[in-house]
Design a protein around this ligand. Structure first.
Ligand SMILES: Cc1ncc(COP(=O)(O)O)c(C=O)c1O
Length: 365
């Protein structure tokens, strides 16, 4: 006898990337930052006392929300702190979408979106990205026609790293009739020369929520801390009703507040990751590899079908794994011939490039 709801019994869960227990593996599969968190964060960790642990945390992470508000030039009422960006995604679905209603997104995209829709017993309408991984021109109109109440756009896009401009997002926010969630889990790695100022979308549109994560940009994937930025009318129901009573713990709040306050320390890692992204992309492109120009901390590389004795990307993935180099392979449309590779330290990237060169039978400097 199954006790769970019918939609839960019928759905499949999210499949996370592998987390090996060995520490000598070159781990380029889950887009973690290869550098440690800044000194300010480590100092905050040392300052956590037994007495802090004994007491409940601030229910809404007020201190963090004040620090994040200052960083983004908004008020704390524009910010909700969550247990990873993933919790914000769940809150958005449970707060704004009834069972049976439609959630819109593009494909391929973050594979958690359909899972969250299935949990809520909502329907999902997916539109295909075009050949260069851009959102289709009719994205907002098609979702309006499908009656979508909420839409997820990931920007920079995962798993391609392609960036959609703020102007284009603004047009979509204008056209779309539901809540437009712009998942910016990777936005910290966007080249500053592009002047990608997405917080202005929140000022200009009453239906936009931006998702930020401390997992990648701030080297805090293990802490589980993310936040949303939106107009207070959108944030308030999640902050005061649908959120768990103490959704972020006292350690997470202290470290996340330190991370945002000392953001300059994280910015140094963004700079290093961008520099390596450029170096690896150029080297791979020179060898004739096809890859999408990425503004995230990963690149999506096309693998020749003949590679690894004709087993293509899946074979290359496995052979790299046998050599203790983990990258991500997705067995799904448009991705079966590709590998998503997280940008690591220069040494890790060199090892990867050498292994790839041997496998793809090309020369890399
Ligand atoms: C596109 C995207 N959005 C959101 C998240 C959530 O990140 P977290 O829950 O670690 O903050 C991830 C994590 O991999 C992601 O890839």
């Amino acid at each position: 006898m199954a006790y769970e709801r019918k939609n839960i019994a019928e759905m499949s869960g999210y499949v996370p990337g592998e987390q090996p227990t060995r520490t000598d593996v070159i781990k380029l599969n889950t887009n973690e930052n290869p550098y440690p968190p800044g000194e300010g964060v480590i100092a905050a960790l040392h300052n956590v006392s037994a007495d802090h642990l004994r007491r409940y945390p601030n229910p809404t992470a007020r201190g963090f929300r004040e620090a994040a508000a200052e960083y983004h030039g908004v008020t704390p009422d524009h910010i909700i702190a969550t247990n990873g960006g993933d919790e914000l995604l769940r809150l958005l679905v449970t707060t704004f979408v009834d069972p049976g209603q439609v959630i819109g997104t593009a494909e391929p995209s973050y594979s958690l979106y359909p899972v969250l829709a299935a949990v809520q017993d909502a329907r999902i309408k997916t539109l295909q990205l075009d050949d260069v991984w851009q959102l289709p021109a009719n994205f907002a109109r098609a979702l309006n026609k499908a009656g979508a109440k909420l839409a997820f756009i990931v920007n920079p896009h995962a798993p391609s790293g392609r960036l959609t401009s703020v102007d284009r997002l603004s047009e979509m926010a204008e056209q779309f009739k539901g809540v437009l969630v712009i998942d910016e889990a990777y936005v910290d790695f966007v080249d500053p020369d592009l002047e990608h100022e997405s917080t202005e979308l929140v000022r200009d549109h009453d239906n936009v929520v931006l998702l930020r994560s401390l997992s990648k940009g701030y080297s805090l994937a293990g802490l589980r801390f993310g936040y949303g930025i939106g107009r207070p009318e959108l944030i308030e129901p999640m902050l005061t009703k649908t959120r768990d009573s103490y959704n972020t713990d006292v350690v997470a709040q202290a470290l996340a507040t330190a991370a945002i306050t000392h953001h300059g320390q994280a910015e140094e890692t963004w700079h290093k990751v961008r520099r390596e992204r450029l170096r690896i992309s150029e080297q791979l492109a020179m060898t004739g590899c096809n890859l999408v120009p990425s503004q995230a901390n990963f690149i999506l590389v096309e693998v020749d079908a003949a590679a690894a004795d004709g087993s293509g990307a899946a074979g290359v993935y496995q052979t790299l794994k046998d050599q203790d180099i983990l990258v991500r392979y997705f067995d799904q449309d448009r991705l079966r011939d590709k590998l998503r590779i997280t940008i690591g330290t220069p040494q890790q990237n060199d090892t990867l490039l050498k292994a790839l060169a041997d496998l793809l039978d090309v020369a890399v400097d």
